[in-house]
Design a protein around this ligand. Structure first.
Ligand code: PBG
Ligand code: ZN
Length: 327
């Protein structure tokens, strides 16, 4: 049946009709909020992140307060990033039992019901800013696995529900799974940054957590945007190595990858709407080029592409009801 019998516009006639016909929804439980916690900040202190307007680095105390406030608004999970006071060659503070993330995990597990997810990487903790250990200008793969496993284990010991390795070394998921199991943490989940691209959209984040590499770039370990089939291989390997949840990162420039990964593997799938995606939208809104609705629209596109979970800096705005869709 074609026009004039078939009229697609009937489906869009009123807001109510459009609403009941929606196939995609965004719910509080879809969101994971990235929290930046800085060791040297005192209670009451939060530092505005210039490159991510509206986002902050929190002191431990203030991070816990913010998490509680958002939990009251429906937040279910957080992703923790730490900024240590001291850095060294191997990122020792990443796996120190009294590190800032380890302290934050304990506080959040004691004082909230949130699912506590931790970013497992070395780049905020190493003096050279790379995600693995370095020798002679090379980022060493196998040597890094020990430090990454120790980091994941220290998070599990502090009570983390889910550890999320973001380093992109080969074999890290298997190494972490083995270390966790050997130490009685069979029930700690692994959410792997499985398809993580070497992206220019991370720039504001590196500024936020002071993790820009001191030399070179991350292209020998993060993926190239030119090769989608590599994502399938990376994801397959991480699943075989024991990942419970897989992640694609960034989101907006990689919606095809999210869809492909969800369709092919039918695994719990997360997508990371990264710092650059956040700042780009905020800048457009601040300049008056686009409206706040663009935020909702981009979040919907991520959900529609197949993501079960969205890691987003817009989480507070969503939970506060400031992003209500007006489509
Ligand atoms: C590093 C890491 C990065 C992000 C999370 N963990 C970026 C990088 O590779 O430098 C990016 C987050 C964002 O941009 O929001 N392991
Ligand atoms: Zn890293």
């Amino acid at each position: 049946m074609i026009f004039p019998f078939r009229r697609m516009r009937r489906l869009r006639k009123t807001p109510q009709i459009r609403k009941i016909l929606r196939e995609t929804t965004l719910n509080p439980e879809d969101f994971i909020y990235p929290l930046f916690i800085q060791e040297e900040l005192e209670k009451g202190d939060k530092k505005h992140i210039e490159t991510m307007p509206g986002q902050y680095r929190y002191s431990l105390e203030d991070a816990v307060e913010e998490a509680k406030r958002l939990e009251d608004l429906g937040l279910c999970s957080v992703l923790l990033f730490g900024l240590p006071k001291e850095k060294d060659e191997v990122g020792s503070m990443a796996f120190h039992p009294e590190g800032i993330v380890q302290q934050a995990i304990r506080r959040l597990k004691e004082e909230t019901d949130l699912v506590v997810i931790t970013d497992v990487c070395l780049c905020q903790y190493t003096s050279h800013g790379h995600c693995g250990v370095v020798e002679g200008g090379q980022i060493l793969n196998d040597e890094s696995l020990h430090y990454l496993s120790e980091t994941a284990l220290s998070h599990a010991r502090a009570g983390a529900d889910i550890v999320a390795p973001s380093d992109m070394m080969d074999g890290r998921v298997a190494a972490i799974r083995e270390t966790l199991d050997q130490n009685g943490f069979e029930d700690t989940l692994i959410m792997s940054y499985a398809a993580k691209y070497a992206s220019s959209f991370y720039a504001p984040f590196r500024d936020a957590v002071c993790s820009a590499p001191a030399f070179g770039d991350r292209r020998t370990y993060q993926m190239s945007p030119y090769t989608p089939s590599e994502a399938l291989k990376e994801v397959e390997l991480d699943i075989e190595e024991g990942a419970d949840i897989i992640m694609v990162k960034p989101a907006l420039a990689y919606l095809d990858i999210i869809k492909m990964v969800k369709d092919d593997f039918q695994m719990p799938t997360a997508a990371y709407q990264v710092s650059g995606e956040y700042s780009m939208l905020i800048a457009g809104i601040d300049a008056g080029y686009i409206t706040m609705d663009a935020i909702y629209e981009s979040l919907l596109s991520i959900k529609r592409s197949g993501a079960d979970l969205i890691i987003s800096h817009f989480t507070p705005l969503f939970l506060e009801g400031q992003l209500d869709s007006c489509f």
